[in-house]
Design a protein around this ligand. Structure first.
Ligand code: SF4
Length: 430
């Protein structure tokens, strides 16, 4: 049997490098110029209020623009770009397209820009569950999936197969974080219902401790492309130092389809893979007794047990988790906290023996509403919760969390990339 081909190309200039990647893997083979082609970048979120470093978090506009130009030059006219960004508090797809300069693609090439959240979703039967998928994605003739090279604190890596979670409606995205299911066994099935013809991994940056902007980006300068989604992800994982066998979602997908994860069964064209393999950490280390991140222990923070998030915590809460930790740190003034426990997600039950229990998010509030272990609850309702309300509730309970300190932290995260030529915002701003 022919081995799937994966192009691994050094990124030098967007159009030239992308053309090389597409040609090496014969990426447009099977596409017809009359096809309705949906391009699905990763534009999961943008922050219009606080500094937001997009490096390694979302797909670069440089790569998406190069792809559109290449398709247009090859005669493809029916092009759509679609994404369902996190609707927090309401969907921001159009604003994100604007800030990233996608309007130019509409003006120059007639590309249609679609926020799936504003359109119809169709229920799709997966046998043991149902998910609602954007009708645009189901009805496209072909999909070109343009993911990012990043790690993920719940899934180890987030590449092409994971990027397709972005075609789901909000409820279905939450379903992926079901308390009785393994996240890594749900989202890899989405691709089975979609006409994905080509996967491109934008590896200009690789993101450590992703998937959000609290991770750290590294310049990687790679483009990975393949008509075979699994093979593309196997190579993506490999260049970040992960054997596909140890990535639960890739292992699940391969088992489900009777596929091999052996690198020897993939033909990599272009760069030599071994030269680009370097380990990028995916997670924050926690104390052995699950009382908080190691960073808390190092700072001598005691009297608090922040239980580590599990995969039932969906992205809406997940992106607020580090901010919540930063705000808890801001409340530490050298004295132990008054025996507080923090639980989150859909599985964590509060333990006995704490003076106060923070229930972070609607799910934790509902799950623990009759929990007899709780002496005094600090419910942070909301789906996802609001950080300013978190600050208020904590202060009312005598814990001086500071939203302003979180804002400073966000500035710090942004400034880490400032004045460094390799972190060029022009790659994103079109
Ligand atoms: S509260 Fe958080 S974990 Fe629960 S459904 Fe909402 S976003 Fe997901």
């Amino acid at each position: 049997m022919d081995r799937p081909v994966v192009a691994l190309v050094k990124f030098e200039e967007p159009y030239r490098s992308l053309t090389e990647a597409v040609e090496l893997c014969e990426g447009f083979r099977g596409l017809d110029p009359g096809d309705e082609i949906l391009i699905k970048p990763n534009l999961v979120t943008w922050d219009f209020d606080l500094p937001f470093p997009p490096f390694g978090v979302i797909t670069t506009t440089a790569v998406v623009s190069a792809l559109v130009r290449l398709l247009a030059e090859r005669g493809f006219r029916r092009l759509t770009i679609g994404e369902a960004p996190l609707p927090v508090p309401k969907t921001q797809g159009r604003a994100i397209y604007r800030v990233l300069g996608y309007e130019k693609l509409r003006e120059t090439y007639g590309v249609e820009l679609v926020d799936f959240n504003e359109e119809k979703f169709e229920p799709v039967d997966f046998g043991d569950f149902e998910l609602s998928i954007a009708r645009r994605a189901l009805e496209a003739d072909k999909i070109i999936n343009v993911a990012v090279l990043k790690t993920h604190n719940q899934c180890k890596v987030s590449l092409g197969i994971k990027n397709l979670k972005g075609v789901l409606d909000r409820k279905s995205k939450m379903f992926c974080h079901h308390p009785d299911r393994d996240l890594n066994h749900v989202f890899p099935r989405i691709i089975d219902k979609l006409p994905v013809a080509l996967t491109i991994i934008d590896g200009i940056f690789a993101l450590e401790k992703g998937p959000g902007p609290t991770g750290r980006a590294h310049r990687k300068d790679l483009l990975i492309a393949s008509r075979d989604a699994l093979a593309c992800d196997v190579v993506g994982a490999e260049v970040m130092g992960y054997r596909a066998e140890e990535v639960p979602s890739l292992k699940f997908y391969a088992d489900h389809h009777g596929r091999s994860l052996d690198l020897a069964d993939i033909e990599v064209k272009g760069e030599e893979m071994a030269r680009h393999r370097s380990y990028v950490e995916y997670d924050w280390e926690w104390t052995r007794d699950n009382t908080g991140p190691i960073g808390f222990e190092k700072r001598g923070i005691t009297g608090i047990a922040v239980r580590k998030y599990d995969d039932s915590l969906c992205t809406g809460c997940s992106v607020l988790y580090n901010p919540m930790l930063i705000m808890l740190m801001s409340a530490f003034k050298g004295r132990p906290f008054p025996e507080i426990e923090v639980v989150s997600g859909k599985r964590q039950l509060a333990a006995r023996g704490f003076a106060k229990t923070v229930l972070f998010g609607k799910c934790a509030c509902e799950l623990n509403k009759d929990n007899p272990n709780i002496a005094e609850a600090i419910p942070i309702r909301g789906c996802p919760p609001d950080l300013k309300k978190f600050e208020k509730a904590m202060r009312e309970a005598g814990i001086e969390c500071s939203y302003a300190d979180y804002v400073k932290y966000r500035q710090y995260l942004f400034d880490r990339y400032k004045d460094r030529r390799e972190f060029d915002m022009a790659l994103y701003l079109g």
